[in-house]
Ligand binder design. Structure first.
Ligand code: GZL
Length: 329
């Protein structure tokens, strides 16, 4: 009798071992290791449509999917985290989707849904925004080194304020929970001490022109003792420019402005002499992301972060107009 019970227990353990504790088998895609782009059905969780950078990023994923023959299911999270998580669950339950691409609105709160995706055998690739989660829960992260962008912005502001008696800088912050906002702020603070910059005001403008202008207007009502504005994206920088002009100040002259993204709006403002510098942040990530997703679909192990290569553009560049005309966004 005891022997029979032992056999039954062993058989059950063997069965559980085969299908995993949760009874959910983690299934490899049927096409592996010969999957092609035409086998890829991508659930893309985009943040929303908050500005020029995002529009270029979305266009990159739509256009590249069409060129490669990828089936793309585009989900607009409308800059609402709960909506983005709901979309993630939707793609986990969608039997057609074998790859989920996430541009995370915020860095935290992803571990559970990533585990569910892994148990469902879905490949997850992070694009644009990094998250705080165990790296074994996603294939790779493809996006910028936002801290380096912040360091570059501080170096540029130091150059612009060289010789200035005062170096009071106001900071317009993006969505405070996002990796882009956290890391750009951290990078700027790492470097600003080298030249005596003080951040005397800092507040979120939520990546938008409207809020960037509103925040700057409110600050100007309190004081005009400001020598520089660090806007964590171009849209907020453009909002600050509008507020400065309405207050009778010359943006780019009375107050130096450094922003991030290098979108068409920033080049226009630099050509008008109203913006001094924009630090590039590349939105055209889709080719790199889809290539990584295909490798992961075929079972390849990938580095956990592939940083984008980016530059800096200044209003005093001699060939700025030609550069602006040659850019895709
Ligand atoms: C940066 C991206 C940021 C842009 C903003 O990679 O996540 O989000 O800098 C956008 O313009 O809203």
């Amino acid at each position: 009798m005891r022997a029979r019970i032992l056999y039954v227990v062993l058989a059950v353990c063997l069965l559980v071992g085969l299908v995993g504790c949760g009874g959910k088998k983690s299934t490899a895609p049927a096409c592996r290791p010969n999957c092609t782009y035409k086998d890829m059905v991508v659930g893309f969780l985009q943040t929303g449509s908050e500005g020029g950078w995002r529009a270029a990023n979305s266009a990159s994923f739509r256009e590249t999917a069409e060129q490669l023959g990828i089936t793309l299911k585009f989900y607009d999270s409308q800059n609402d985290l709960a909506r983005q998580v709901a979309g993630f669950h939707q793609f986990i339950q969608d039997p057609e989707v074998n790859v989920i691409i996430l541009a995370a609105l915020e860095t935290t709160g992803w571990e559970e849904v990533l585990k569910e995706a892994q148990e469902a055998g879905k490949i997850v690739v992070l694009e644009d925004r990094r998250i705080d989660a165990p790296p074994e829960l996603y294939a790779t992260y493809i996006g910028s080194d936002f801290a380096e962008e912040g360091r570059k912005a501080a170096d540029e502001m130091c150059r612009l304020l060289e010789g200035s008696e005062k170096k009071n800088v106001w900071e317009l912050v993006g969505n405070v929970g996002s990796s882009a906002a956290k890391d750009r702020g951290q990078g700027f603070r790492e470097r600003m001490g080298q030249c005596g910059i003080q951040i005397t005001k800092s507040q979120t403008g939520n990546w938008s022109i409207t809020e960037g202008k509103q925040v700057t207007e409110a600050w100007l009502k309190e004081t005009t003792d400001v020598q520089g504005i660090f806007a964590q994206n171009d849209e907020m920088g453009l909002g600050a420019i509008e507020a400065l002009k309405e207050a009778g100040l010359k943006p780019g002259v009375d107050v130096k402005i450094v922003s991030v993204d290098a979108t068409a709006g920033a080049f226009k403002a630099m050509l008008a002499g109203e913006l001094n510098v924009t630090v590039e942040c590349n939105p055209l990530l889709a080719p790199q992301v889809y290539e990584a997703a295909l490798k992961a679909l075929n079972g390849e192990q990938l580095p956990k972060w592939v940083p984008s290569q980016e530059g800096v553009f200044r209003a005093d560049m001699p060939n700025l107009k030609e550069i602006a005309e040659s850019r895709k966004y």
